[in-house]
Design a binder for this molecule. Sequence first.
Ligand code: ZN
Length: 71
Amino acid sequence: MSDLQQLSDRQLYALRTRLAAGVHDPARTLRGALHQDMRRCSNGRCRCREGELHGPYTYLSVYGEGMGADI
Ligand SMILES: [Zn+2]
């Protein structure tokens, strides 16, 4: 595969489109899980400090070789 940093935005979008077209069923090809979470922000005076949390936010955790990473 070519060095992605050498590609223009247009080339990157085209590559993404080509790659996405080859994925027929993400549930079978992605090793990971979607999960949702409510969050408390860093503003000490925010409503979330009283229990009204932000969200829900959806996260995709992809599992590799013995490790996980949130995208
Ligand atoms: Zn907040």
